[in-house]
Design a protein. Structure first.
Length: 184
């Protein structure tokens, strides 16, 4: 028996590797705007499994995946302009979608690994906006749930091949807040 070679991948990725963007343009001419203030980010894909056991399985249970559902749970620091006190436009679009019906309730989002790795997705979704409240010394934070409406599609990572891709994103002043499709 041989001993396995230890993996070369010895660093642990950071949870803050994701970037969330909202299309503030149109389907024909998307304009991707950063959703700022993300404090927590948890993308999910949940599978619906139906029992498909037959006599041929000789008493062992069998299941088949019949549906996939995607969602994102995020906690946002509710951002406003330091002088005008107007809330961030991308966050406002999420809030108003959560309080709307029909087409106005659907948002087009994308998220990707800000260091350029291949994990990148986009899709249309519904939004739940839940202010977390708090005491007089708390920050204004919001729990946002983005629930996929149809497929989550894999896309080319917008920053793939960019040296040091968005690692400096911790300082939002260094990066543009909107990009056209395909621009970094």
């Amino acid at each position: 028996m041989s001993t396995p070679i230890p993996p070369a991948e010895t660093e642990t990725a950071l949870a803050r590797r994701y970037r969330l963007e909202l299309n503030t343009g149109t389907a024909a001419a998307p304009v991707w705007s950063l959703v700022p203030g993300v404090q927590e980010f948890a993308p999910k894909v949940e599978a619906t499994q139906q029992k498909s056991t037959t006599y041929d399985d000789e008493g062992w249970a069998d299941s088949t995946v019949t549906e996939l559902a995607w969602s994102i749970e995020a906690k946002l620091a509710h951002r406003c302009h330091p002088e005008t006190r107007v809330f961030n436009a991308a966050q406002e679009r999420l809030r108003t979608a959560a309080e709307s019906f029909g087409g106005a309730s659907v948002v087009h989002v994308r998220y990707y690994d800000r260091e350029g790795r291949p994990e990148a997705y986009e899709g249309r979704a519904l939004v739940t906006w839940e202010p977390e409240g708090g005491t007089s010394d708390d920050l204004d934070t919001v729990k946002v749930t983005i629930t996929g409406k149809g497929p989550r599609k894999s896309i080319p990572n917008p920053v793939a091949g960019t040296p040091g891709a968005l690692v400096a994103d911790a300082d939002a002043d260094e990066l543009p807040t909107t990009t056209k499709r395909g621009a970094a």
